[in-house]
Design a protein around this ligand. Structure first.
Ligand SMILES: [Zn+2]
Length: 69
């Protein structure tokens, strides 16, 4: 009954919200996430989302697109 991790739909990094001793979320690539959480024995479930970097990039691109129109 593990909490589902969030996977960025742009860069495919996974939000590692189960890292102990860390107050802020860490976005790891899939391989790092697998190594940290030993999820090779079962398929982890991911919810769709966007990491902060891609969110910022998305807003920037959207705004530029709007301004360009
Ligand atoms: Zn991303």
């Amino acid at each position: 009954m593990d909490s589902a991790a969030t996977q960025c739909q742009v860069c495919w990094r996974v939000r590692d919200n189960r890292t102990e001793g860390s107050s802020c979320a860490v976005w790891s690539d899939m391989q790092t996430f697998m190594d940290n959480h030993d999820v090779t024995s079962h398929s982890p479930s991911f919810s769709e989302g966007y990491c902060p970097q891609c969110t910022t990039l998305y807003h920037r691109l959207t705004q530029e697109h709007l301004y360009d129109a």
